[in-house]
Design a protein around this ligand. Structure first.
Ligand code: NA7
Length: 293
């Protein structure tokens, strides 16, 4: 049986790797902070002492880390996964990083005679636990076909976008819409709240209206309760908006609502909300507007 490596056991990496183990796969894991591997090791995965050791042991090597610099540390660094690769393996990065950061990893993986798939995901922790994230993949088509059965375990929908870094761009397109939608929802909710309407009812009506979406639906309860535990922390959304603005700049596309939303999120972070869910934008606007719910 093929061995599956998993590098990066954060909020997304833990449930996704656990799902591979539960599906009967032979999984080897590594994380910078070893204690975060407890759950997946208890489920049946093996621990390896470095990303290099994971790559040496496995045919497929997944990475799911915070950002581009983290991926470079895990793959290109001393004892990084690239040093453990031998020809024919497939490396699959599911983090959200820039095209330039991705291209550097691709170069190292190809130099080792392996293939690199870019496979960021849509959906946050609840979908990761349920095995229903959307997988946005690009890179070598044959490698994608070989990896598809594994994508089907961690995700509910798979999309193949092309032979290069297309998936990176698609992920940023989605996330900029998610982020700017939340800024719009904050404005809609706080305006109505200030005018005396009930927040829970406002959120329910939005969710069921023409502008309702899965996102406004999930976030209704969070906003109504005013508890912003991180399904997706604002610090990571800021990273994604910066990456999206970088793509816009590279292609000469002006993205003013993305810029504004990033600025609001940076303000939230400066007030200590960086680890809260990005829907904390509602609380930020409440504070700015003199609402103390
Ligand atoms: P988390 O929960 O913030 O987890 C981040 C993971 O990245 C975690 O395993 C970290 O290890 C790891 N990390 C961070 N920096 C490094 C470095 N320098 N070297 C190795 N590993 C590192 O993020 P999520 O799981 O929510 O999200 C993962 C990706 O999906 C991200 O790109 C999102 O935008 C989408 P630690 O446990 O801190 O030692």
């Amino acid at each position: 049986m093929s061995k599956i490596g998993w590098i990066g056991l954060g909020n997304m990496g833990i449930p996704m790797s656990v799902n591979l183990v539960k599906a009967g796969k032979d999984v080897v894991v590594w994380n910078r902070t070893k204690s975060k591997a407890d759950e997946v090791v208890a489920a049946g995965a093996a621990w390896a002492d470095s990303p290099k050791a994971v790559a040496e042991a496995c045919d497929f090597v997944f990475t799911m880390v915070a950002d581009g610099p983290a991926l470079h540390d895990a793959v290109l660094g001393a004892d990084g996964a690239a040093a453990g690769l031998s020809p024919g393996k497939i490396v699959i990065d599911m983090s959200t990083i820039s095209v330039a950061e991705s291209a550097k990893v691709n170069e190292a993986v190809e130099a080792a005679g392996c293939k690199f798939l870019r496979a960021p995901v849509t959906g946050s922790t609840a979908l990761a636990a349920a095995g229903t994230v959307g997988v946005l993949a690009s890179g070598d088509k044959a490698a994608y076909e070989k990896t598809l059965p594994l994508f089907e375990i961690v995700g509910g929908n798979q999309f193949y976008l092309g032979g290069g870094d297309e998936a990176r761009v698609m992920k940023l397109s989605l996330n900029l819409m998610i982020a700017t939608t939340m800024q719009m929802q904050a404005e809609a909710v706080v305006m109505a709240e200030k005018a005396g309407l009930d927040v829970a009812q406002v959120c329910d009506i939005i969710a069921g209206s023409a502008v309702g979406s899965p996102l406004t639906g999930y976030k209704s309860k969070v906003i109504a309760e005013g508890v912003y535990a991180p399904a997706f922390p604002i610090r990571l959304m800021i990273k994604d908006l910066k990456l999206a603005l970088g793509v816009g700049e590279a292609y000469g596309v002006k993205m003013e609502s993305t810029e504004l939303t990033k600025n609001r999120m940076e303000l939230a972070q400066s007030k200590g909300y960086g680890d809260n869910d990005f829907s904390v934008l509602v609380k930020l606007l409440e504070e700015d507007s003199g609402v103390n719910r």
